[in-house]
Design a protein around this ligand. Structure first.
Ligand code: SAH
Length: 283
């Protein structure tokens, strides 16, 4: 098959033999793929995909061989080298290679490392961004990652450092002071350490926290809690990764913007959860 997509008004790039396209698959819902991702899926000979890529997305590349290259939380990074070398090997065999990664390939996804390795091996590449879970996943939970009454900045952090341990290299006091909203990737394993860092740095124990697991998929679950209670609440909930954890008052917006619950006609829990009283039309 290996056909590029056809839509009016645009010429879609051709995935040539010997090339690797490094592509984001979005957070889960196949509808959140970009058109460039779809164009890539339609042309690839081989799709090398991660654990967080939904199987349904692979069905859109029936002509391609599907190779799993998943790594999940805390596994050694040695395997990363094997993945990079496999991409080089396939490209040198003249395959049209699609490297498909969850979310955006350049957000906590080692996409930069893979791209760098390909360039170093003189393999031509194209980068296709995707919707990152820390933005799109929160949107599916009704949480705007920025909201004018809440935050003028947002900080994305990873709960693991390179060795897979709790992230000691982050300046938590600076993050706590400087960012009204903190979005944490890979935070479940070390949530106790992360919350105590934030509390030690002066964040309010009653500050809202949301934990969104398997965001945008049919398995999506959302826990609303606070900094003081989130460790116990997460344990009691039985929630499992993958999870995006959002700390900040934007979580309150879920009371009015939890659109998935409202799809069945359920009324919002509040219309003005920040209590600002500003009419929507003046926003
Ligand atoms: N490149 C990805 C992130 C890879 S790191 C992106 O841009 O989204 C893997 C982490 O991403 C997970 O541990 C989790 O914190 C988050 N994540 C990815 N997909 C997710 C999903 N569907 N729901 C919740 N968290 C998700």
């Amino acid at each position: 098959m290996n056909d590029s997509i056809s839509l009016p008004g645009q010429t879609w790039p051709t995935l040539e033999p010997g090339w690797v396209w490094l592509c984001g698959a979005g957070p889960g819902d196949p509808g959140l793929l970009t058109l460039h991702a779809l164009n890539a899926l339609r042309q690839a000979d081989v799709v090398i995909y991660d654990a967080l890529v939904q199987e349904a997305i692979l069905d859109w590349a029936p002509q391609a061989k599907h190779e799993y290259a998943g790594k999940r939380g805390g596994k050694p990074s040695a395997k990363q080298r094997d993945i990079s070398l496999r991409l080089v090997e396939l490209a040198r065999q003249g395959k049209r290679v699609l490297r498909l990664k969850g979310g955006d390939p350049f957000v906590f996804g080692r996409g930069g490392e893979e791209a760098q390795s390909l360039v170093q091996h003189n393999i031509p590449i194209r980068i296709i961004p995707g919707i990152s879970a820390g933005i799109g996943g929160l949107a599916y939970a009704g949480i705007p990652v920025t909201h004018r009454d809440v935050n003028q900045s947002v900080t994305f952090v990873t709960g693991h450092d390179q060795s897979g341990n709790a992230t000691g290299s982050l300046d938590w006091p600076a993050i706590s002071r400087g960012s009204q909203v903190i979005v944490i990737y890979m935070g479940m394993k070390h949530i106790a350490r992360i919350t105590s860092e934030l509390l030690d740095a002066g964040r309010n124990p009653s500050e809202p926290v949301a934990v969104v697991t398997s965001a945008t998929t049919s398995e999506q679950r959302v826990l609303e809690t606070t900094l003081a209670t989130c460790v116990d609440d997460i344990t009691a909930s039985g929630l499992e990764p993958p999870a995006i954890i959002c700390v900040g008052r934007s979580v309150l917006m879920r009371q009015v913007l939890d659109w998935q619950t409202m799809l069945d006609g359920t009324a919002p829990r509040a219309l003005d959860p920040l209590g600002r009283g500003r009419p929507a039309e003046s926003a």
